[in-house]
Design a protein around this ligand. Structure first.
Ligand code: UDP
Length: 255
């Protein structure tokens, strides 16, 4: 695997990947079951949570792959690090892993979301990708005393890839707690991705995505998220301040 540059954005990090290089890296990590690696999709919300929750900051720092999941992170990397990144949504990478699972010989386990959404996700992915190797699934509404049996189920399924759709920070806490006991090569938190695969939540139409306004579409469709997503605006303000303070602290050019 090529060395991937890691950029610092505010007090957090993101990797300088393209969609294809992140898929290549994720496939390589998934094949190596000697260690359980994990991917985190980095967006403004997560960076702001990391500012005040050391657990999340630490989880991000230790991750094997940090995706530029949100457009806010792509813009911040350009402004603050001078690097042009390609937006790589976690939901798209997770779907791509399922798409290539047949040809790459990777077994995938789907954990999380409600039972109807979880089962519809497995069905929909098998429809879209008939060669997909989905070897197990479990909904995300288990009690804590069922987690030991779940770890057994995942390990005995022989999965290389575990997708965890519990939302943040629950999925990060679950991966941090149980990751060491898993025999999978790659673990990835995918938030509400199963809801979009199953069609329970609509993703923004292409025009919104191309206009880099997927976040706004999501806010308009699910206004109850506004309070949670206030962090997007805080993030934008912090990036702007960092940019301005750098412009002023730049040493004057010699005459
Ligand atoms: N979820 C779950 N178990 C829980 C809480 C949530 O499986 O105990 C699922 C929920 O059904 C949904 C996902 O986690 O599918 C959270 O989606 P959301 O869009 O809120 O996550 P985000 O991407 O914002 O972190």
């Amino acid at each position: 695997m090529h060395e991937i540059a890691r950029l610092r954005v505010l007090n957090s990090y993101v990797d300088a990947v393209t969609f294809q290089s992140s898929l290549d890296a994720a496939v390589a990590l998934a094949k190596d079951r000697a260690t359980t690696s994990y991917v985190v999709a980095i967006n403004p919300e997560k960076i702001m949570i990391a500012q005040r929750e050391p657990f999340i900051a630490n989880f991000i720092e230790r991750a094997d792959l940090l995706l530029p999941d949100g457009i806010g992170v792509v813009v911040a990397a350009k402004w603050l690090c001078g690097k042009r990144l390609e937006r790589t949504p976690g939901a798209d990478l997770a779907e791509a892993l399922i798409r290539v699972s047949g040809e790459q010989g990777l077994d995938v386990f789907l954990f999380g979301a409600s039972e109807p959404v979880n089962s519809a996700t497995a069905r929909e992915m098998r429809n879209r990708y008939p060669n997909a190797r989905i070897v197990g699934r479990r909904n995300g509404y288990l009690s804590a005393n069922e987690y030991d049996a779940l770890v057994e189920q995942i390990n005995s399924s022989g999965a290389n890839v575990l997708l965890v759709a519990l939302g943040s920070p629950k999925q990060e806490e679950w991966i941090a707690t149980y990751g060491e006991r898993l025999n999978v090569g790659l673990c990835m938190g995918v938030g509400g991705a199963f809801d979009t695969y199953a069609g329970a939540v609509k993703r923004a139409p292409r025009v919104w995505q191309n206009a880099r306004l997927e976040w706004l579409y999501r806010l308009l469709c699910q206004p109850r998220r506004l309070w949670r997503q206030r962090r997007i605006f805080l993030f934008a303000a912090r990036v702007l301040l960092a940019k301005i303070s750098r412009a002023f602290s730049r040493p004057a050019k010699p005459e």
